[in-house]
Design a protein around this ligand. Sequence first.
Ligand code: ZN
Length: 491
Amino acid sequence: MAKKKKEIPLTGITVSKEEDFSAWYTELINKAELADIRYNIKGFVVYREWATITIKIMYAKYEELMEKNGHLPLTMPSLIPESNFLLEAEHVEGFAPEVFWVTEAGSSGKLSERLALRPTSETALYKMYSLWIRSYKDLPFKRYLSCQIWRYEGKMTRPFFRAREFHWIEGHDVFSTMEGALIQVKEDMEVTYQMLQDEFGIPIIFFERPQWDKFPGAISTYAADALMGSGKVLQLPSTHLLGQNFSKPFNVKFIDRDGEEKYGYQTCYGPAISRIYGAMIAYLGDDRGLILPFDLAPIQIIIIPIIYKGKEEIVIKKAKEIYNHLKDKFKVKIDDSDESVGNKFYFWELKGVPIRIEIGPKDIEKGEIILIKRHDDKKSTIKEAELESKIDKIAANYTKEIKEKSLIDFESQVECVYEKDAAIEAINNGKIVCCGFCSIDMDAYQCAELVEKEIGGFVRGKRVDEEKHEFATCLICGKPASCTVYIAKSY
Ligand SMILES: [Zn+2]
């Protein structure tokens, strides 16, 4: 009797996301082969193929939308001379502790001026803007970069979420009026909602950050926070109103219609694609692995031939037929490896492939095909003739369904409180606290420090889309509250 081939079962994710988010995330990254942290510079991570393909699609979607809104692409050098850096005092102070400096080159040794590996590009770009922008006719001037940046991060790094090198887009815009700049801030927020919520399935809320937590050198910062399912929020893209804080030291001037020379009003916007990827897989994934929006999946449809002895040929033939039928429209693959069927199911679930097609000899006899959706595990048996229309329908709705599931969650995580004890309890229960606060200006910094110390969360700021304010007093000092703020733990 022939010995049955022994199945080596793949080991799954062994930790549940709900019980130990951190350990679950680490296993997901390793087992789905998304990143490798064994590269031998601390805080620098290798992105594996499966992650890189998705990140490239995310870039393309973002770039397309930014260009549609009037941005043109630019490519800038990665090094910034220290003299550029020193021009805006608050900016230097904010970034100095995190800058990587290049101080030596080649055999000639020490450089005459230190060069920063860009931690962000304002001080590189605006020097050039001062050469390019001449007249009101050049405005609005909207450009973006898709690039890597480097920051010597002191906090614990985690692949995609936080590392010492990350991948992002920077938008840098100049306007002739403050009003124009404010409209741009709104556009940046809309773009963020469109990308993160609609395309990537991550629920966000925009906050105007308190003054002690704004981008160094900005007038104000508006940042999106996502809830990660562990009671903690993660800061995602932020847009910054710079006003004339940079245009003055960098001489970004224009001749206005009235013939007078004026300084431009600026904004900058920084969606970190690698971090958004991390947020997306962390938020959408489950205990079986990745769940990916349909467009972002490196493979959208996996065909698994269920092979029985003597029926190999007919099953493989049918699998190829279906493959040929779908390949022009979708990213599709046949898994004809010699793994067991169970292991194949398991592996492609881990990878988050949205649709699995199963074809066995009995199905072929009946002219039927079995389809399984990854995100909700729904199985349907369809007639072969309906294949294309059925897959079109799943493809069109898949991301929408993920989004609907994920968006309901957010509001339920918020708890309004009137006393400190209630705030502590809510934060410990993994909630976002909503409460009254004296203000988000620098004079409220002491209250914010107490929030950190006694409540164990951070003041995320004022919700941008919320007009109402109904708290009488500040949660901390008891003085009249000027605004409603949200407090949460963060990554
Ligand atoms: Zn206060």
